[in-house]
Ligand binder design. Structure first.
Ligand code: PEP
Ligand code: MN
Length: 355
C-alpha cells in the first residue's frame, strides 16, 4: 500500500474536482501514459469555504471514476466528509478515501465516517486539520486506525493563517514531523498543491517535503488548469507535473546519510519554528512599546527612562547567564531591541504632536 517501484515519490495525482467524464478520462490517460500516477484523486463533494463556488458533481461522478479505475487498473481516491458519502462511494466500488482538512477538525464527523467504514476494506488518508492542532490530527488518525488498521495514512496540506505568506497554507513542517514521531510506521504524504497555492511554488514545497523524508506527494493535475472549476491557480498539466518531478532531487538511499539528512532537516525545522516565535515575540513586544509611548506622551514623561533601561539590561543579562548565554550577547541583542523601541516611541510622540 502506498509504495511505488518507480524512481520517484509515491504519487496521488488528478484534478481538484471531477468536472466531467471527459476531463477525468483525459487526465487519467495522460497521467498513466507518463507514469505519473499511483492512485488517482478527484474531489466529488467539494468543501468550499465560501458559498457560490463549484461544490462538485456528487454521486454522478462516481461511476466515471469507477470505470477509469477498472479500465486503467488504477486505484482511485476521493474525499468523504460524512457517512452518506462513504455509503454512496462504496456502492460504486470506490473504497480509497481522504478526509479533508475541514472534516478532521470535527471529531463527530471523524467518528461518523469511521463508523461507516466498519467491516469494509477501505483505506483512509487523513489530512491535517485546517489549524495547526497536532492533537486533533492524532485523534483522527487513531479513530481510523481502530477501524482500518494499517490502511490508514496521513496527508500534510499545511495550515490556514492570517499571517502573510507566499504559500496558500503555511507548512509548519514541525507538525508532520511530530506526527511521524508519534506514529513511526504511518505513511505520511504531502499535498504540495494546497500548501503552494500556485503552481510555480510546487517544486520547492515538494523538494522540502522529500528532504524531510515525506515520501509521497499529492499533486492536483488537470487537462486545462486555467479553466479548472476549483483551485485553478495551483493545478498543473500532466506535462507540468512531469517537469516538476524531473527537477526533484531524491535523497540518498544509503541509510546512514538518509538518517543524517532527516535528522538535520528535523533540527532545522525546529529552528525555523523557534525563529518564527522569536519574530512574533519581538513584534508583540514592540506593539506594547507603542502603547507605552502614547502613555508617556499623555503623562508628559520622556521617552528614554534610564533607570528602566539599566534595569532591563541587568535583569535580562542575569537571566541569560542562567541559561548559559553570554552577558555581552544579551546586551547587544537588547541594545538593538531597545533602540528600535526608542525609535517607535519617538515616532508616536511626534505623530501626536503633528495632530
Ligand atoms: C482538496 O484536496 O481538494 C481539498 C479540498 O483539500 P483540503 O481539505 O486540504 O482543503
Ligand atoms: Mn483543491
Amino acid at each position: 500500500m502506498w509504495k511505488t517501484e518507480k524512481n520517484r515519490p509515491y504519487l496521488i495525482t488528478g484534478p481538484c474536482s471531477a468536472e466531467s467524464e471527459e476531463q477525468l478520462n483525459t487526465i487519467a490517460e495522460q497521467l498513466v501514459q507518463k507514469g505519473l500516477v499511483d492512485t488517482m484523486r478527484a474531489g466529488v463533494w467539494k468543501p468550499r469555504t465560501r458559498p457560490g463556488s463549484f461544490e462538485g458533481l456528487g454521486e454522478q461522478a462516481l461511476p466515471w471514476l469507477n470505470a477509469i479505475s477498472e479500465r486503467l487498473n488504477l486505484p482511485v481516491c476521493i474525499e468523504v466528509a460524512n457517512a452518506s458519502h462513504v455509503e454512496l462511494a462504496l456502492k460504486h466500488n470506490i473504497s480509497n478515501f481522504w478526509i479533508g482538512a475541514r472534516t478532521t477538525v470535527n471529531p463527530f464527523y471523524v467518528q461518523e465516517i469511521a463508523d461507516a467504514l466498519k467491516g469494509t476494506n477501505a483505506s483512509v488518508l487523513v489530512k491535517n486539520p485546517i489549524h495547526p492542532d497536532i492533537e486533533l490530527w492524532t485523534g483522527a488518525v487513531e479513530r481510523f486506525q481502530k477501524i482500518s488498521g494499517k490502511k490508514v495514512g496521513a496527508i500534510h496540506r499545511g495550515f490556514s493563517t492570517f499571517q502573510t505568506s507566499k504559500y496558500r497554507n503555511i507548512p509548519r513542517w514541525e507538525i508532520p514531523i511530530e506526527l511521524k514521531r508519534r506514529f513511526p510506521e504511518l505513511f505520511i504524504m504531502c499535498d504540495v498543491s494546497h500548501i503552494a497555492g500556485s503552481r510555480n511554488l510546487i517544486t520547492e514545497v515538494a523538494q522540502k517535503s522529500i528532504d524531510l523524508g515525506i515520501t509521497g506527494l499529492m499533486v492536483e493535475t488537470h487537462p486545462n488548469p486555467d479553466a479548472a472549476l476549483s483551485d485553478a491557480k495551483q493545478q498543473v498539466t500532466a506535462q507540468g507535473l512531469e517537469f516538476i518531478i524531473k527537477q526533484l532531487v531524491l535523497k540518498s538511499s544509503s541509510v546512514g546519510s538518509k538518517v543524517f539528512l532527516d535528522q538535520l532537516e528535523e533540527l532545522r525545522a525546529q529552528i525555523d519554528k523557534i525563529d518564527e516565535d522569536i519574530v512574533q515575540a519581538i513584534s508583540s513586544r514592540l506593539e506594547l512599546t507603542k502603547e507605552i509611548g502614547s502613555y508617556k506622551k499623555d503623562n508628559n514623561v520622556t521617552v528614554l527612562q534610564l533607570e528602566r533601561w539599566n534595569e532591563i539590561l541587568e535583569t535580562r543579562g542575569v537571566a541569560g547567564e542562567k541559561l548559559n548565554l553570554r552577558k555581552e550577547f544579551i546586551y547587544k541583542l537588547y541594545e538593538a531591541i531597545h533602540s528600535e523601541s526608542i525609535r517607535i516611541q519617538t515616532e508616536v510622540v511626534e505623530s501626536d504632536l503633528a495632530r
